[in-house]
Design a protein around this ligand. Structure first.
Ligand code: NAD
Length: 299
């Protein structure tokens, strides 16, 4: 079984790395957070002293980091630090699962290629629950050969593996998805609150809309109204899940992408403004379904 270096062990990366351990991979793990590293080490991963130390000993490198600047710095290094592409052996496959701008993904892929290495962007959908359950959707950009080579490790962490196209295509598909998700979450929130304002029970209204033409993922899996659905962030004070700050980041990426392609995205633009406002009110670290509070006067 291959050795995998896993770097970035946060809300998503932690459970993903643990699933690789469970699938029988040797996992060399690193995170800047000692707590995060300790947590996965307790579950069978081998802690490494640095990202490069983990990567140098691996057949496959998987990264799960916050944003493009972290990914560029880690893979490419800088004047004082070596990057991952400087220390890995030939034939090592590089897989970045973070959600970042497509330009950064393409740039890292080009720099890796110049060293004879394959890099794929493989952002995920499915949230922390999907990361824990090993049911993530991976949306990949890169060559056919790298995509084929990544199957074993991605299948150990996910249920659906898509090849969206060449380098960067995974990131474009992912931000299209998250722009739509934000619009669905805002629309679901305002609809539920309007029903409540008219005296409807949100549980009953949710059941009606789920099987009617307004049915969507937020209603099915992630109801934003507290008490409607068990085991989702809205019924846990909006803790855990997908942070508002990360949604703001993804919506910023979607608007940058829209500018580059001269695409009209009025709903995505409005959703970004609503989420930025929500974050500015101190909700940045809460789950993104807390946007519901903007409509029930708790925002
Ligand atoms: P997180 O903040 O919980 O985890 C990021 C981890 O990266 C942290 O533990 C941090 O210490 C570590 N890190 C940062 N720089 C590092 C470096 N140079 N070396 C080693 N470790 C470093 O974030 P998350 O929720 O796990 O999200 C990670 C990525 O996945 C983001 O791009 C996010 O947009 C995307 N994503 C998140 C979700 C979700 O539901 N949370 C869903 C899909 C995609």
């Amino acid at each position: 079984m291959s050795t995998v270096a896993f770097i970035g062990l946060g809300n998503m990366g932690g459970p993903m790395a643990v699933n690789l351990v469970k699938a029988g991979f040797t996992v060399k793990a690193f995170d800047l957070s000692k707590d995060a590293l300790h947590h996965v080490s307790e579950q069978g991963a081998i802690p490494a002293p640095s990202a490069c130390a983990a990567a140098a000993a691996a057949d496959i490198v998987v990264t799960m980091l916050p944003a493009g600047k972290h990914v560029r710095a880690l893979y490419l290094g800088d004047d004082t630090n070596k990057g991952i592409i400087d220390v890995v052996g030939q034939g090592t496959l590089l897989i970045d699962c973070s959600t970042i701008d497509a330009q950064s993904a393409r740039f890292v892929a080009e720099q890796a290629k110049a060293k004879g290495l394959e890099f794929i962007d493989a952002p995920v959908s499915g949230g922390t629950a999907g990361a824990s359950a090993g049911t993530l959707t991976f949306i990949c950009g890169g060559s056919d050969s790298a995509f084929d080579q990544a199957q074993g490790v991605l299948n150990a962490m996910g249920a659906n593996i898509f090849h969206a196209g060449a380098a960067g295509a995974g990131q474009v598909a992912k931000i299209c998805n998250n722009m739509l998700l934000s619009v669905l979450m805002v629309g679901t929130s305002e609809s539920l609150q309007m029903g409540i304002d008219h005296g409807l029970d949100p549980k009953v209204l949710s059941e009606i809309m789920k099987v009617s033409s307004g049915g969507n993922w937020a209603l099915d899996k992630y109801n934003p109204c507290p008490g409607v659905m068990q085991s989702v962030p809205s019924s846990n004070g909006y803790q855990g899940g997908f942070m508002v700050d990360l949604m703001v980041k993804d919506l910023g990426l979607s608007q940058e992408a829209a500018l580059l392609s001269n695409s009209s995205t009025p709903m995505g633009s409005l959703a970004r403004s609503l989420y930025v406002n929500h974050a500015r009110q101190g909700n940045g670290k809460r789950d993104f379904s807390s946007i519901f509070e903007q409509f029930n006067n708790k925002g």
